[in-house]
Structures are given as structure tokens and as C-alpha cells.
Design a protein around this ligand. Structure first.
Ligand SMILES: *Cc1c(COP(=O)(O)O)cnc(C)c1O
Length: 397
């Protein structure tokens, strides 16, 4: 294990990886340092994000919700309108283009619920690259529709049977594959996680969200928002929504974690509320752990927030007090899911509904001249059957 000083966010982050992975990580770091400042790379990425991804995404004034809650003015950052229906496309287009510039012809990825696998398969199809997605065997059964989507997009899906046969095992399998095959392969990691430089690369590709919020809010209101809210799994849509506001200290940054059945139960995924400092998947950060320091099984109604850790930059924003992290239960998220559908005609991803739920708590307490932005990280079509089931109704998918 090597624990480099590079890529630290306070005490978090770093590179806790076996020496066999060091070459791959170093090659990626060097390439990224070069291309991030390359005007041609940035022009091509902007073009992809706009013409293919559908950017810029709208900053929508939610008038009915604002009037109903009777407090701050509410804007929704509509990442749900992106191609493939979520913010994940921002990251995969960036990494796929970077991989192509590095001369790689093959993308590999881990996926849990299948959303990141589908996004990576999409980018690979667009760029004419081979794509292999590692997915826990359990998840391939639970998320059969996304397995079909990935195959339709030309990807190969490899069911991982080790460990608990879920996301963390898929992650480990992808790292192992990358170690043995760096000549032609890039590991397209799905969130602001893992060893340096991944948390920085993924954050930079998602930071377009806060860059646009800033421009759009100035345009609409002539000033910055008072608060920005986003849901946190690994934390990529949240850090993307926060990043360009970190130095604007009057803007409250609020990350909404999945509390599942409650932070006082074992069925939770709220890392900041219940986790401890640890080292896992190549980084130091906070993780949900059992009494022996083993990574704990986590639970949330939302498959996208069901990860036992949080990105190292968030862990540091928490330590320094620059951002707040709040737990939101399944029940609160489901209520917000139903509320936004009824009130604004927008069905959010159940992940995003966690941020909507917390906004519903704080907005009525705020003055009417305050401004709140909620990032809607994705659309909720994928969740309708599960929410119906939660409410006791069976739907044939
Ligand atoms: C994957 C996903 C998330 C969680 O991932 P982050 O890295 O925390 O953003 C949130 N919302 C949606 C819609 C997702 O697909």
C-alpha cells in the first residue's frame, strides 16, 4: 500500500492503492494535468456537452412550490433534462474524451443500480469505444432492465460473484481489471471517489453544474443564491453543484444524505451522520462501518445513494464547516417525490427527492427575498415502480 500526499482534501483523499495500480493512476494524472488546460480538449468537451448532452440545463423557477411553501424563492437545476436523464453524462463524456486523447480504445466501469454503467456504455457507443461494465451478480438480477440497456448500447456486462456481489465488489473487480490491462483501457469511475486523481477529475467534470447555476442565477435574480441543496451518494452531483460557490461564503451549501429507515437504525446510508474515518477504495474518508471497522452494509430506498462512503472533498467540507450534511429518510424522500410531481409536474429521481425533502423543511422558515437552488440530479421514471411498491401498489414493469 502506498499513501501518497497528493490529492488531499484536509486529512481526506490520497492514494491508498497497491503498487501494481500506481502506473495506471500516474499515467491518468499526467494526462489529465495536460488536457485540463488544453483549449482544444475543452472546446471538444463543451461541444459534446452541448450538442449531445443537452447543456446548459435549465435553472427553472418553481413558482407553485414557492407559493405553496411560503418562504424563499425556489429554483430547480434541471440535470434531469440531460441526455440519459441525469448528471452522470457530464462525467462520462469528460472521461471518455480524455481516454480517447490518451489513445485508449476501451472503457471499463463499475455500476450498482446500473445508471453509471448505462451512461458509460452511452459514451462508449458515441465514441466508438469498447465497453465492459462490472456489476454485482445480485444487482444484475435486481436491475435487469439496465443490464439490457447496456447490452443494447453495445457493452459487455460482467456479473461479479465475489463478496456480497454488489457495488463495492464491482468496484474492486474494475480496479483489478484495470491493473492488468492499462495499455488500452481507461477505468471510468462513477463518482468523486477512489484514489487521486479521480475525486478531482470527476469534480471538475461536474463543476459545470455550479458554473451554470451561478450565471443563470445572476441573470434571473441579479445575485447569488442563499443556499444550494443537492443529494449525496458518493457526492458527484453535490460537489458539482457546490464547487463554484465554495469561496462565496454567504452561500449555504447543503448535502442531503440517505438516512434510509433512520440514522438510529442499521438500515441507513447516511455516512456523515453515522460513519467514521477509514480507508477504502483507495481513499481516506468517512465510511459506514461496523464495530470492528469493517465496511457496513448500507440501505436506502434509493439505489444511487446506497454507497457506504462519501467523497473526500465532502468529508473535508464537513470538517471545515463550509458545507452542511443532513440525513433524509425514505419516507421524507417519497413524500417529496410525490409532492414535486403534483406541484410542478416534475417527477424527480428518488435520489434528488432527498434534496427536495430537505428544502421543504427549511424554505418555509426563510424570508421571501431569499433564494434557494435545488439540484434535480436525475429524472424519476426509473423509480416509479419502486415508489408504487413502497406505497403498497404492484406495477408491472
Ligand atoms: C448516481 C446518482 C446519484 C448519486 O451519485 P452522486 O455521485 O452522489 O451524485 C444521485 N442522483 C442520481 C439521479 C443518480 O443517478
Amino acid at each position: 500500500m502506498m499513501a501518497d500526499r497528493k490529492g488531499r482534501f484536509g486529512q481526506h483523499g490520497g492514494q491508498y492503492i497497491p503498487e501494481t495500480l500506481m502506473n495506471a493512476v500516474l499515467e491518468l494524472e499526467e494526462a489529465y494535468e495536460h488536457y485540463k488546460n488544453d483549449p482544444e480538449f475543452n472546446r471538444e468537451l463543451d461541444e459534446l456537452l452541448n450538442s449531445y448532452g443537452g447543456r446548459p440545463s435549465r435553472l427553472y423557477y418553481a413558482q407553485r412550490m414557492t407559493e405553496d411553501l411560503g418562504g424563499a424563492r425556489i429554483y430547480l437545476k434541471r440535470e434531469d433534462l440531460n441526455h440519459t436523464g441525469a448528471h452522470k453524462i457530464n462525467n462520462v463524456l469528460g472521461q471518455a474524451l480524455l481516454a480517447k486523447k490518451m489513445g485508449k480504445t476501451r472503457l471499463i466501469a463499475e455500476t450498482g443500480a446500473g445508471q453509471h454503467g448505462v451512461a458509460t456504455a452511452t459514451a462508449a457507443a458515441l465514441m466508438g469505444m469498447e465497453c465492459v461494465v462490472f456489476m454485482g451478480k445480485e444487482d444484475t438480477i435486481r436491475q435487469a432492465l439496465n443490464v439490457y440497456r447496456m447490452k443494447l448500447l453495445g457493452a459487455t456486462v460482467i456479473p461479479v460473484e465475489s463478496g456480497t456481489a454488489t457495488l463495492k465488489d464491482a468496484c474492486s473487480a474494475a480496479f483489478k481489471e484495470w491493473t492488468g490491462r492499462i495499455e488500452d483501457t481507461h477505468y471510468c469511475l462513477g463518482s468523486v471517489m477512489g484514489p487521486h486523481p479521480f475525486p478531482t477529475i470527476v469534480r471538475d467534470f461536474q463543476a459545470v453544474i455550479s458554473k451554470e447555476i451561478k450565471e443563470q442565477c445572476l441573470e434571473a435574480e441579479g445575485r447569488l443564491p442563499d443556499a444550494v441543496l443537492a443529494c449525496v451518494g458518493g457526492g458527484s452531483n453535490a460537489i458539482g453543484s457546490f464547487y463554484n460557490f465554495i469561496n462565496d461564503t454567504d452561500v449555504r451549501l447543503i448535502g442531503c444524505e440517505a438516512a434510509g429507515r433512520g440514522v438510529n437504525t442499521a438500515e441507513t446510508a447516511a455516512t456523515i451522520a453515522t460513519g467514521k474515518l477509514g480507508i477504502f477504495h483507495g481513499m481516506k474518508s468517512y465510511f459506514c462501518q461496523d464495530e470492528y471497522g469493517q465496511i457496513a452494509p448500507v440501505y436506502s430506498i434509493s439505489a444511487g445513494l446506497d454507497y457506504p462512503g462519501i467523497g473526500p472533498e465532502h468529508a473535508n467540507l464537513y470538517d471545515t464547516g463550509r458545507a452542511e450534511y443532513v440525513p433524509v429518510t425514505d419516507e421524507e424522500a417519497v413524500q417529496a417525490f410525490e409532492y414535486l410531481a403534483r406541484t410542478e409536474g416534475i417527477i424527480p429521481a428518488i435520489e434528488s427527492a432527498h434534496a427536495v425533502a430537505h428544502a421543504m423543511k427549511i424554505v418555509p422558515q426563510m424570508d421571501k427575498d431569499k433564494i434557494v437552488v435545488i439540484t434535480i440530479s436525475g429524472r424519476g421514471d426509473k423509480d416509479c415502480a419502486a415508489i408504487a411498491r413502497y406505497r403498497g401498489e404492484q406495477i408491472n414493469e
